[in-house]
Design a binder for this molecule. Structure first.
Ligand code: CTP
Ligand code: MG
Length: 335
């Protein structure tokens, strides 16, 4: 009886994995879309190089970190050494260049917390946001991309988790839930914890890549091609990983006492950071340490109400995995 039940569950899991892989494949941007984006960026880079000597453009975010689904916007960072100009002025200058280049809907958001210029490319229809001098985002984008190269299950898991978070409306930082960036870090952390681990901790290994951004020293092992077999001892399927990911965040994670940290490859006590109480608007109800800006808790946007929303969604997901006969559909039902 018992054996029969296990076999049935394994078959369910295999079926679940097949369905999740189909969703993953559907979400991957096509080669054509990737090419269109690359061409768009190199043209934009050409225009800026010509009109603004000393300015450099970098891609960051989901169009460059391997975790972008189809039809996502493009995030670009403008890097200028000029100490005389404020971020708002740099954004204005960029907007002028884009208008002169016939881009559509150019909007310079100079008063936003992070000043950006938004626009749409008139040829391809691609939407793009340009921020200024945010090189940490460029470096953490490279870190995420390097992790993604080690084991394909990270990209698969993160696509599914991001898709779930969008369907269930818990990927909205302005409403107190988590950013896509935070979800990807949660996935990396989770795969570092598997037994045997599926991902190593690149920042604990001998650094082969070093860059200083302001006062922050960013260093980690980036020769990831040489460790592409790292996770091969672990045979977990995508279905098992998705199930355990939600179990972890529903029932195992200690929200009151623990910080998750991709930088150290594990967790540590909130006491170490003094993230035990509310300071200003930062409540630290779920603690996710940024890998480079280590005073930065990506969970700080979460408040008393949204932590409930978030944890209820983790319970819902975990319960679907335990009891639902068609989890690959129910999991993503729109909120
Ligand atoms: N970022 C960051 N700190 C944050 C949020 C974001 O440094 N608190 C940077 C990261 O480099 C991240 C990028 O901004 O890769 C974009 O963030 P986000 O929109 O959350 O992630 P995307 O990967 O672009 O996801 P989506 O597909 O949802 O746009
Ligand atoms: Mg984005």
């Amino acid at each position: 009886m018992h054996a029969k039940k296990v076999i049935r569950r394994r078959a369910d899991l295999e079926n679940f994995t097949i369905q999740l892989l189909e969703i993953y494949k559907f979400l991957i941007p096509s080669a054509e879309e990737e090419m269109k984006r690359r061409k768009f960026f190199s043209q934009l880079d050409g225009v800026v190089n010509k009109k603004w000597p000393g300015a450099k453009l970098f891609l960051y975010g989901s169009c460059a970190n391997a975790f972008g689904v189809r039809n996502s916007d493009i995030d670009v960072c403008l890097n200028v050494e000029d100490k005389q100009m404020s971020k708002a002025e740099l954004v204005m200058r960029m907007a002028e260049i884009l208008e002169a280049d016939n881009m559509q809907n150019v909007q310079a958001l100079t008063h936003a917390r992070v000043p950006i210029v938004k626009f749409t490319d008139s040829v391809t229809g691609i939407s793009c946001d340009i921020c200024v001098n945010n090189m940490l985002a460029v470096v953490n984008t490279k870190l995420l991309r390097d992790y993604a190269k080690i084991d394909v299950r990270l990209r698969q898991l993160a696509f599914i988790v991001k898709h779930w978070a969008k369907c269930r409306q818990v990927n909205e930082t302005y409403r107190g839930t988590l950013s896509s960036y935070a979800y990807v870090l949660m996935c990396i952390h989770f795969l570092q914890q598997r037994d045997p681990p599926i991902l190593p901790c690149l920042q604990e290994m001998q650094p082969t890549y070093r860059v200083k951004v302001g006062k922050i020293e960013c260093a980690y092992y980036d020769q990831v091609e040489s460790i592409s077999h790292f996770g091969s001892q672990n045979k977990d399927s995508l279905g098992e990983l998705v199930t355990s990911f939600f179990e972890y965040w529903a029932f195992q994670h200690n929200y009151n006492h623990v910080v998750i940290s991709v930088r150290t490859g594990g967790t540590f006590s909130k006491d170490e950071k003094d993230w035990t109480r509310r300071i200003g608007n930062e409540r630290h109800l779920i603690c996710i340490e940024d890998p480079f800006e280590i005073s930065h808790d990506l969970g700080r946007v979460v408040d008393k109400h949204s932590i409930r929303v978030l944890r209820d969604e983790f319970y819902r997901a975990a319960n679907i995995m335990r009891h639902d006969c068609n989890p690959a559909v129910t999991l993503f039902e729109p909120y």
